[in-house]
Design a protein around this ligand. Structure first.
Ligand SMILES: [Zn+2]
Length: 450
């Protein structure tokens, strides 16, 4: 199904009512699995420093369009589940085709607004230092692997959905929290041990950046960047090393200049960049990144494409890696994509992660589109308008194609049907390469950088 028309986005009612982008509901032996629209999610996260325990109490307000058993995801085991105040159970089930898993409530809901509550513990990427009464914790994410977005830590919806998230962070076992927060949300101190972090309502499950460290643990530089919008953008660069942090500042400024010149004003309230070890690549969030120095520019580009204009699902994830990789390679322009065909955007509708051939094949396809659009200022001219029009919105491959066709007047059916929605031909093999900007890290490596 590739018939999501340009006008669909304009005709939806609520600001971020994205149900038209949800995968189809499906029948399971345990009941009809229905995707729902999260409106708000409040996460009460408690770091119990004495017990070295991290717990979350969640309250989600969601809307269901259909009758059935709502689905969501969470890797840790959820407990004390309530739906509209009534106790419910859940179970982990497979998506049709078995390519990923998710959780389904035992309770059946009817169309309308509902409240879902549950509790869980967080185990990943958290480390207590009992002697000093401090904690390190990070909600790192990865999008090339399955189930590595916020569901690793807190109950979450799938990438199609945008909803307002709030973290109420509490520290138990200390009289005063001696912690630093690095985040792309708005931090408010409520008490010496209570903080509230509010994220913008356009965020999806791959947008929030949350890194908690002992106070003074990182070397940080705070400054403002005068955006072409006229606003001063608050920028924080930090790392464990003074020299690394110092190197990050001029790069961040230079890349902001370049990206604003190419695609327009920075689309987020701030920029937060964490410099990690050499060769570890990085991961992008909205106006934030944890990245090695060498990938900082690549990850900042993603604040435009990936976390500015955002992919609805695994089949749209190739778009932003293709654009970022096309930029990494110096914005090449080629009269041919140079490969026979691929199915970058034609996997199961339930696929959640990005096809990692996007770096090579996707970038080559962008170089070809740039050639086709050369009389109109090239692909960059299109992307600038695309970003300005659809920033903070969730898009699909079909949406991108419709808009390029509208911009250029060129019919691209054959091109997309061959190179994106086609069959992978053997001659594509020679183009496939691993991208250093998103090196796969082990669980131990991810833990080591908190
Ligand atoms: Zn990337």
């Amino acid at each position: 199904m590739k018939k999501i028309l340009l006008t669909t986005l304009l005709m939806t009612g609520g600001a971020y009512a994205n149900m038209h982008l949800a995968p189809p509901d499906f029948d399971h032996s345990s009941g009809r699995a229905v995707f729902v629209d999260f409106k708000t999610a409040e996460y009460n996260i408690t770091y119990d420093i004495d017990r070295e325990l991290t717990t979350v109490k969640t309250r989600i307000v969601f809307e269901s369009s259909n009758t059935g058993n709502p689905v969501f995801d969470l890797i840790p085991y959820p407990q004390s589940i309530k739906i509209d105040g009534r106790v419910s159970k859940q179970q982990e089930i497979s998506f049709p085709g078995g390519l990923s898993r998710l959780r389904q409530l035992s309770a059946v809901v009817s169309p309308g607004t509902h409240i879902l509550e549950m509790e869980n513990e967080i185990y990943a990427n958290v480390s207590f230092n009992n002697a000093f009464g401090v904690v390190s914790s990070a909600f790192w994410i990865r999008d090339l692997k399955d189930r590595m977005l916020l569901e690793q830590y807190i109950p979450s919806n799938f990438e199609f959905d945008q909803y307002q998230m709030t973290f109420n962070v509490k520290f138990k076992g200390v009289n005063e929290a001696r912690q630093d927060f690095y985040t792309n949300g708005k931090v408010t101190k409520i008490s010496p041990v209570d903080y509230k972090i509010e994220f913008p309502e356009y965020y999806t499950v791959s947008c929030p950046y949350f890194h908690l460290t002992p106070k003074g643990y990182m070397r940080r530089l705070d400054f403002t960047y005068p955006s072409i919008s006229g606003k001063d953008i608050p920028v924080t660069v930090y790392s464990p090393w003074k020299s690394r942090t110092r190197k990050m500042k001029p790069i961040a400024i230079q890349v902001l200049k370049e990206l604003e010149a190419d695609y327009g004003a920075w689309g987020h309230p701030s920029l937060v960049a964490y410099g990690t070890m050499v060769g570890t690549g990085g991961m992008e969030h909205s106006g934030a990144t944890a990245t090695s120095l060498g990938a900082l520019d690549h990850e900042m580009l993603h604040s435009y494409f990936a976390k500015g204009v955002m992919p609805a699902n695994g089949n749209s994830g190739w778009i932003d890696e293709a654009i970022a990789s096309w930029r990494d390679k110096g914005y090449q322009r080629n009269p041919s994509p140079g490969f026979g065909g691929s199915n970058l955007g034609e996997h199961s509708i339930y696929k959640r992660n990005t096809d990692d051939r996007a770096y090579s094949l996707g970038a080559a396809f962008m170089a070809y589109l740039d050639y086709r659009l050369q009389n109109l200022g090239g692909l960059k001219a299109f992307l600038k308008g695309y970003f300005q029009t659809y920033k903070h919105q969730v898009v699909t491959t079909q949406h991108l194609k419709n808009n390029i066709e509208f911009f250029s007047g060129i019919n691209l059916d054959e091109e997309f049907n061959t190179y994106i929605w086609g069959f992978t031909t053997t001659d594509t093999e020679r183009l496939i390469e691993k991208n250093p900007n998103h090196a796969p890290l082990t669980k131990e490596q991810l833990q080591s950088i908190i």
